[in-house]
Ligand binder design. Structure first.
Ligand SMILES: NC(=O)c1ccc[n+]([C@@H]2O[C@H](COP(=O)([O-])OP(=O)(O)OC[C@H]3O[C@@H](n4cnc5c(N)ncnc54)[C@H](O)[C@@H]3O)[C@@H](O)[C@H]2O)c1
Ligand SMILES: O=C(O)C(=O)C[C@]1(C(=O)O)C=C[C@H](O)C=C1
Length: 292
């Protein structure tokens, strides 16, 4: 049971955590923090938070759990604003999409990686932003990756695990480096492909006509290009090393695919598409099994 939860950044991810914990009866008071008055007023109106402050120090006063759900580029300034205001029993965790940068921001601000910091990442989301997009079921049966460091206290880790379990999440522990490499492949690269494709088409003179004829395939493939540009700018900057490596790898594959098409090598194309279909079918079967 969390006595007082402070959520810095009450958007899709922070708002959904608040709603899920509230529904589970696992939290006493929830205090929000952010910059936009309209979004925070909405959060109070929807019952997502009990009250809010625009001041980080004020918002975390007396909190035993602090959840950072701001874009990655705002993590460092958030740590800085927390300095000197943390309660003795406070645990800090976050939902940022890359993990090395969060640990690094903490080290830069505090001069060490805090033992009460448990960096984390819910592998769940949508293309929508803001508290109105949040919902209590977002984390149900979804994977939550936690990346404790050598400094992380066992008790802090146990409290963050209990928090996510109360939301219906399934916890996996992973090293920071492995997390950033895996997510570069499965989440960050696909977002680049979607943004890149839509931007390429949008810049073509004939784009009005092109979009008129786009149907299900285009819609499914590009849903995530409607995601928050600030969030994704920050993910790319934060995870640039792993994402850059993944993108080079993918570009090589694309080049080979283009050459195979130019050659009209139907046999090779069939082999590639069959291998890909089998891999995706296995993945989908696994997802269905895990949600049954
Ligand atoms: N959207 C997703 O699918 C998804 C999934 C997993 C993790 N994440 C991560 O979760 C975090 C939040 O993403 P989101 O989708 O909830 O975004 P969001 O835009 O819905 O919410 C972020 C909130 O943070 C506030 N904010 C921005 N800068 C701030 C600052 N300096 N101080 C205080 N508040 C500030 C914004 O006003 C907004 O209310 C990001 O780090 C993102 O990488 C997102
Ligand atoms: O479903 C979506 O819209 C998402 O983009 C969610 C998604 C992803 O699966 O890539 C996006 C970013 C993350 O940090 C975690 C989850």
């Amino acid at each position: 049971m969390i006595r007082r939860l402070a959520i810095i950044g009450v958007g899709l991810i922070g708002g959904s955590l608040a709603r899920a914990l509230r529904n589970a009866g696992a939290v006493g008071e929830i205090v929000g923090c952010g910059r936009g008055k309209e979004n925070l007023d909405k959060a109070v109106e929807l019952g997502v938070v009990d009250r809010y402050s625009h001041d980080v120090g004020e918002a975390i006063r007396g909190a035993d759990m602090i959840f950072l759900a701001v874009p990655l580029g705002a993590m460092r300034e958030t740590f800085a604003a927390m300095k000197g205001h943390l309660s003795a029993d406070a645990v800090i965790t976050d939902g940022g999409s890359a993990k090395f940068s969060v640990i690094d921001d903490c080290r830069e601000v505090f001069g060490e990686v805090l033992s009460n910091l448990v960096a984390g990442h819910p592998i769940a989301g949508t293309e929508n932003s803001g508290v109105e997009a949040s919902f209590a079921e977002l984390y149900q049966n979804r994977r939550i990756i936690l990346t404790p460091t050598a400094e992380t206290a066992d008790d802090a880790l146990a409290r963050v695990q209990a928090m996510w379990q109360a939301c219906g999440g399934e916890i996996t522990l992973m090293s920071v480096e492995h997390h950033d490499e895996v997510l570069a492949a499965t989440s960050h690269l696909p977002h680049m492909l979607a943004f890149g494709l839509v931007d390429t088409l949008a810049q073509m003179k004939e784009n009005d006509e092109i979009f008129r004829y786009a149907a299900g395939g285009f819609r499914d493939f590009t849903r995530i290009a409607s995601s928050n540009p600030v969030m994704w700018r920050d993910v790319c900057v934060a995870n640039r090393r792993a994402l850059g490596k993944m993108m080079s790898h993918y570009l090589n594959e694309m080049q080979e695919l283009a050459q195979t098409i130019e050659r009209g090598d139907g046999e090779a194309l069939l082999e590639i598409f069959t291998r890909a279909k089998q891999a995706r079918d296995r993945y989908i079967d696994g997802v269905l099994d895990s949600t049954e």
